[in-house]
Design a protein around this ligand. Structure first.
Ligand code: 4AD
Length: 456
């Protein structure tokens, strides 16, 4: 009908009354005539009316089709995910009925843009909720269209925004270290190696060593980069590629490091929840979520060992824990779940931690190290003070059987104006698994990479 006003194109999340005037049941004043573009998320027919929930990645809008439109072949054979444009008037939802944002579009015209496959090829068949996990991973590109996965991705994006905001406010500078390296950080067993013009190289496990080299010229720094780990075991919290948020701070004490970590984590949660749309997704994904109270519990490794013995949680050999044991994933998670609040687990023995960690001055068996443990997930952060003494670092390479020569650029920091410094790495997918109450970190990655999966 060319006599109708020209429609304005809107995104499906627009609620701004300056743009959208709703026709309400009380007033018969015309609503705004809009044109929306999106894909069919849900559709149901009721007598002579078809309700289509359209989505465009910004939001959802219920569209009501009546009259001749519902008798067309296109609408009678409409399939989910078909892309289309719909024109019509915006109206308030009648009392006692529900629709996203309490609005609906009363269509007067539509156009199909791209039909989605139906029958055996229908999206609901490919990503049926009861499909086996491998099928869902094969169809990750389609799973991402679902409300749950897309909500997690939106929270992920907001969390990254929040981290950057928290870091910028603390006057930390973002840098982007290389992913292709010739040094290891976290032990040789999880290195991904590759041929680099005839030389051995690796995909980085952590950008920490590079961040340390930035301190003298850039001050405190952080990065948000992928890290790679050739993890041999399939667990629900290990990926082969993950987004690593790492930070390094200069001229600090171990207590400063712990205070900073607590501050950043709390700011990030506050900023994320301050976005109403994001708070809504978190509420849906994790209805019981409450921001943790401060201060976080600080617990020494030695006390954790005592706690595990008292609670009869055995080590990996089924024996009571003893000083020097690596606290395995299962035991760590049980402890965190029972304590049910964030824990800063500190002062791990030197023999179970990385070569670069500084020893505690009061007890040289242990390091100034910290793991942050969260209920439901366990470790989400690993950090420490770094050895700042040249001789001690050289001894550490020797002790680990590492050739110091490829690390010359790292060691040099101790030669040219050394300083007490420390930092940490946070696994974004683990943070999200905690925040969004996901069973596995794989659900918090856009396209998860883990043992046996490098596609799609
Ligand atoms: O404890 P990690 O190995 O510590 C480091 O890499 C330090 N160099 C970081 C630093 O001090 N700058 O790893 C840090 C965090 C872990 O706490 C965990 O959240 C995450 O990285 N992480 C993984 N996340 C997913 N999949 C994996 N395979 C992970 N390995 C570590």
């Amino acid at each position: 009908d060319t006599s109708l006003p020209k429609p304005v194109r809107v995104r499906l999340d627009v609620t701004d009354p300056a743009i959208i005037k709703l026709r309400t049941p009380e007033s018969d004043e015309a609503g705004t005539r809009v044109r929306v573009l999106g894909r069919v998320h849900r559709a149901r027919a009721q007598k002579d009316v078809v309700f289509i929930t359209l989505t465009d990645g910004y939001g959802y809008l219920q569209c009501v089709l009546t009259g001749d439109m519902v008798k067309t072949y296109d609408i009678m054979t409409l399939t989910l995910e078909t892309s289309m444009s719909i024109h019509g008037e915006m109206r308030a939802v009648p009392p006692k009925q529900h629709a996203p944002n309490d609005r609906e579009l009363h269509a007067d015209f539509f156009e199909i843009i791209g039909k989605a496959a139906g029958d055996k090829e229908a999206i609901t068949t490919r990503v049926a909720p009861d499909a086996d996990p491998q099928t869902l991973y094969d169809n990750r590109h389609l799973v991402l269209r679902g409300e749950t996965s897309s909500s997690v991705m939106k929270v992920r994006s907001a969390t990254l925004r929040a981290f950057r905001k928290a870091f910028e406010e603390t006057r930390m500078l973002e840098v982007t270290p290389p992913a292709m390296v010739q040094t290891q950080v976290e032990g040789g067993s999880t290195l991904f190696g590759f041929d680099y013009y005839g030389e051995n190289a690796y995909l980085t496990q952590s950008s920490q060593l590079y961040l340390e080299t930035c301190l003298p010229s850039l001050g405190d720094v952080y990065c948000v980069c992928p890290s790679f780990r050739a993890e041999k075991s399939l667990t629900r919290r290990h990926l082969s590629e993950y987004t690593h948020i790492e930070a390094e701070l200069d001229f600090i004490t171990f207590t400063d490091l712990l205070d900073h970590l607590e501050d950043v984590i709390c700011r990030v949660i506050d900023y994320t929840l301050a976005e109403p749309e994001i708070a809504g997704y978190i509420k849906q994904l994790n209805p019981d979520f409450k921001p943790p109270s401060r201060p976080f519990r600080r617990m020494k490794y030695d006390d954790a060992i005592q706690w595990l013995i008292e609670h009869e949680i055995p080590n990996e050999e089924g024996q009571p824990h003893k000083f020097g044991d690596d606290i395995a994933e299962a035991a760590e998670r049980r402890m965190t779940d029972i304590i049910n609040q964030p824990i800063f687990l500190t002062h791990f023995p030197a023999n179970i931690k990385a070569f670069y960690m500084k020893k505690a001055p009061e007890d040289r068996r242990v390091t100034e190290s910290v793991d942050v443990l969260m209920p439901g997930v366990g470790e989400i952060v690993g950090g420490s003070m770094r050895m700042d003494d040249w001789d001690e670092l050289m001894a550490a390479y020797k002790h680990e059987g590492m050739d110091p020569s490829p690390y010359y650029w790292y060691t040099d920091q101790r030669k040219y104006g050394t300083s007490p410094h420390g930092g940490y790495g946070l696994g974004l997918e683990r943070f999200l698994a905690w925040l969004c109450a996901r069973y596995t970190v794989r659900d918090c990655s856009l396209y998860p990479r883990f043992t046996g999966r490098c596609t799609p």
